[in-house]
Design a protein around this ligand. Structure first.
Ligand code: ATP
Ligand code: MG
Length: 382
């Protein structure tokens, strides 16, 4: 197998593509253990083994500025400083120790520099596409309904539109009339594959990446991978080769899952869902704390299932609006058309007349579309 195949396979294992791989002169060197106890040492009782020929190192040993802050290699000090002229009386053993120490220092320096170059050559890149993340602190508040609706309503005319399900419940595909057996990111993980192959084109013209069927062991395996690699999600999104005109809407599992940190790291816009009730109000602080590290303007709250027939629901919505200030996006009315649409497998947004929740969802999508354009203009200008 060629080196190119090895590299291709390596990238493939991490869910990435080797297309952008640039060969750099890594020159990692094998470090021999230093001679033990250079000084003092008793004279050898047996004849010493013949010395191995010492390869002359051509590596520059001066530390470049970028590495200047790194700690100097910790080496066992020989009895003689290599910068000093070795006195004619210096023993061969000490001379060899100096040569070995210098060779090891040069190799360590070279390895540090190669690692630094490698990291610079392949920094994890957030996707070029605009990414909207839908999340909540409590379950059943309308994340999946919102993510699916926004995907449909914000469908790009000039780029691709994708919806991605990061929730093992695998519910997003039901909003696109796809069978539950449709392979998703769990199947890609099991096959050590990127995500390009699990895109399913829906009847809406949107690409859906379901979570896919899974069991408890699969979820544990995801958790372990995410914990081990903070760039896991970014690396997998990179396999989709998204462009600046594309839009990705991500549906998430409830709460501070192992996905949360990574998913917030790729978000241009976070839609946080909450209900207009006391239980949701009690976890609002927690939700806001998770979102606190985001840049101002990144996060907006949608208060769902507001019941116009119940004064408490309306009052709760008002309390939330006052508390959220400019993070308030909209109140989504309680609307049983959404429930029925899911049960009878139709798209509520395709009905001749919009139901109340669909009207608000359209207004929210219009607002988000403007934010997306504004973001594009700002980033293309800078
Ligand atoms: N505004 C609404 N009015 C009435 N029902 C709604 C509304 N929004 C969502 N629902 C219903 O609430 C249920 C839960 O919605 P959804 O699955 O979108 O929530 P979720 O936050 O994704 O849940 P989970 O935490 O389990 O992933 C669904 O049956 C959905 O149809
Ligand atoms: Mg859901």
């Amino acid at each position: 197998m060629s080196q190119a195949d090895d590299i291709g396979n390596l990238f493939h294992r991490f869910g990435a593509s080797a297309d952008s791989y640039k060969e750099i002169n890594t020159e990692f060197e094998f470090l021999e253990p230093l001679p033990v106890a250079v000084v003092p040492a008793p004279p050898p009782t047996a004849a010493p083994a013949p010395a191995k020929p010492v390869a002359m190192s051509l590596v520059e040993t001066k530390r470049p500025p970028v590495l200047a802050a790194l700690p100097a290699p910790v080496l066992t000090a020989p009895s003689v400083d290599s910068n000093e002229d070795l006195s004619p009386g210096t023993s061969l053993r000490d001379r060899l120790a100096v040569v070995a120490r210098d060779r090891r220092a040069a190799a360590e320096e070279n390895n540090r520099r190669a690692l630094d170059n490698a990291l610079r050559a392949q920094p994890p890149q957030r996707p070029k596409a605009h990414v909207i993340v839908v999340m909540s602190a409590k379950g059943g508040v309308g994340k999946t309904t919102t993510a699916a609706s926004l995907g449909k309503l914000l469908k790009r005319t000039t780029g691709r539109t994708l919806v991605l399900d990061l929730d093992p419940q695998n519910a997003l595909l039901s909003h696109f009339n796809l069978p539950r057996s449709t392979p998703g990111i769990n199947q890609a993980r099991l096959q050590d594959a990127g995500w390009d192959g699990i895109r399913t084109l829906t009847e809406n013209g949107i690409e859906c990446l379901p979570f896919g069927p899974s069991n408890a062991a699969d979820v544990r395996a995801f958790d372990a991978q995410l914990a081990a690699n903070p760039a896991w999600l970014m690396q997998h999104l990179a396999t989709l080769e998204l462009g600046a005109d594309d839009l990705l809407v991500i549906d998430t599992a409830t709460g501070a899952t192992p996905w949360l940190h990574q998913v917030l790291g790729v978000a241009n816009q976070v839609i946080a869902l909450t209900l207009a009730d006391a239980a949701s109000y009690r976890v609002l602080d927690k939700l806001q704390a998770w979102l606190a590290p985001l840049r101002p303007g990144t996060c907006a709250f949608l208060v769902n299932q507001v019941d116009a027939q119940r004064p408490l629901s309306l009052d709760m919505a008002e309390v939330l609006r006052q508390q959220l200030g400019d993070r308030w996006l909209a109140a989504l009315p309680l609307d049983h058309q959404l429930d029925e649409a899911l049960a009878y497998e139709y798209d509520p947004l395709q009905q001749p007349l919009d139901s109340p929740a669909c009207q608000v969802l359209r207004a929210v999508a219009h607002d988000l579309a403007q934010r997306i354009e504004q973001y594009r203009e700002e980033t293309s200008a800078s």
